[in-house]
Design a protein around this ligand. Structure first.
Ligand code: FMN
Length: 396
């Protein structure tokens, strides 16, 4: 028994190292076998995880965030250790398919498999059609959004509002599963714990979703009523995990390797999903994955590494949005990267007045060149990010 656990754990380490070796910064402590996690520790479940036939690199996932986790950011997160990343939600409404926003969201060029597309909508037939449409354009996993609290979505009974209408929610899941089955494409679903405090029906819904063929569930530990306020709770996620046999992913307020480990331990979940803590800090995925695999903390990245990866991120961002739109939509990313750093506020103010992509890129370049004279590594602890984007999820 012991051997099996140890074997699968070591096997997962080897896979982890193979997939992510180049992405790892030096550990704070040298690797020591005595620090290996015991076989009965939650991280010992780090054997390779699958969604359908897709093997994932690890169990630390990037959360879908509309307006944030576009293709350039997802590519970066995967390069920096995320085992899986879901696209920003795309609408199921066919009349919006050709909009610039939707076509950008459908861009997966250069993204490592599996390509997971999240769809949102309120009509089962339309959602099934949207699934077929996205599968025909390369989606390898379809994720259904039942977690978004945005008014624009909820007024149309999409997103987390669907959790209030269980028969409709289940009929949507069933229709999407049926549409994807002939293509061998697994369907997953992301939801909240329920509509409001007295209505935490995620466990009931989870059983119904599993029964119609959904293959993985992600639960954000807040109700729709909470929006993003308060703290995520994990008891309902634990109850969901106990209620189903399919993998369950825990999400909400996971912002450090230690917190990821605590959430895995308290929920029994199969994986963690990280959203806001990755804004301006996409290397959090390798930090968490490394800690779960070895029990050791990685050193924060070198300033020169972040310098290089942010400049690459900006280039990729301009490539997707064009220089005119890209210079504006890149501002929030730059602000997140430099939040709490010496001179970061001044750079953010400058960036907000610069309308030329080349100048923006150069301003960032000069800033990090100077920062590297002052400090070798980025700050160790996560700096809380004031998130102006919260609640501004948009669907299209
Ligand atoms: C700006 C923003 C956009 C989001 N967009 C989506 C989305 O498109 N689809 C979705 O399922 N959840 C979306 N979410 C919710 C996140 O995926 C995640 O569930 C939530 O932020 C909690 O995780 P965190 O505490 O790690 O950020 C969004 C969240 C934010 C902050």
């Amino acid at each position: 028994m012991m051997k099996t656990h140890a074997g699968s754990w070591l096997e997962s380490c080897l896979i982890f190292q193979h997939v992510n070796a180049w992405a790892l910064a030096p550990a704070i402590e040298p690797f020591a076998t005595s620090a290996l996690i015991p076989h009965d520790h939650p991280a010992a479940r780090l054997s390779p995880m699958h969604i359908g036939h897709h093997a994932l690199a690890n169990r630390v996932f990037a959360a879908p965030m509309a307006g944030v986790t576009d293709r350039p950011f997802r590519v970066l997160c995967k390069r920096l250790g995320a085992g899986y990343a879901v696209s920003e939600m795309v609408t199921s409404r066919p009349e919006l398919r050709d909009s610039l926003k939707t076509s950008r969201r459908a861009n997966h060029e250069g993204e490592a498999a599996p390509i997971a597309v999240q769809i949102a909508g309120t009509d089962a037939a339309m959602m099934a059609e949207a699934a077929r449409y996205n599968v025909a354009r390369g989606a390898q996993i379809i994720d259904i959004n039942m977690g978004c609290p945005a008014k624009k979505v909820c007024n149309k009974w999409a997103g987390s509002a669907l959790m209030q209408d269980e028969p409709l929610a289940v009929s949507i899941a069933a229709a999407v599963v049926e549409a994807c089955a002939p293509h061998g494409v697994p369907v997953t679903l992301k939801m909240r714990t329920g509509w409001a405090a007295g209505q935490r029906n995620a466990p009931t819904l989870a059983r119904a979703f599993e029964a119609v063929g959904v293959q993985m569930l992600t639960v954000h530990g807040r109700t729709r009523e909470q929006g993003y306020s308060g703290r995520a709770e994990y008891d309902t996620i634990a109850e969901v995990k106990r209620s189903v046999g399919i993998p369950v992913v825990a999400n909400g307020d996971i912002d450090s390797p230690q917190q990821a480990q605590r959430v895995l331990a308290s929920t029994g979940a199969d994986a963690v999903m990280i959203g806001r803590a990755a804004q301006g800090r996409p290397w959090i995925f390798r930090e968490v994955a490394h800690f779960l695999a070895t029990g050791q903390l990685l050193a924060p990245p070198l300033v020169v590494e972040v310098h290089r990866l942010l400049l690459d991120h900006l280039q990729d961002h301009y490539g997707l949005y064009g220089h005119h739109a890209g210079v504006r939509s890149a501002r929030k990313h730059v602000a997140w990267y430099v939040h709490g750093l010496p001179g970061g506020d001044a750079l953010r103010r400058d960036i907000n007045t610069i309308d030329d992509a080349d100048q923006q890129w150069l301003a960032v370049h000069h800033y990090f060149k100077e920062l590297a004279q002052e400090m070798d590594r980025m700050p160790a602890a996560a700096v809380p990010v004031a998130n102006e984007e919260l609640g501004r999820e948009t669907i299209a």
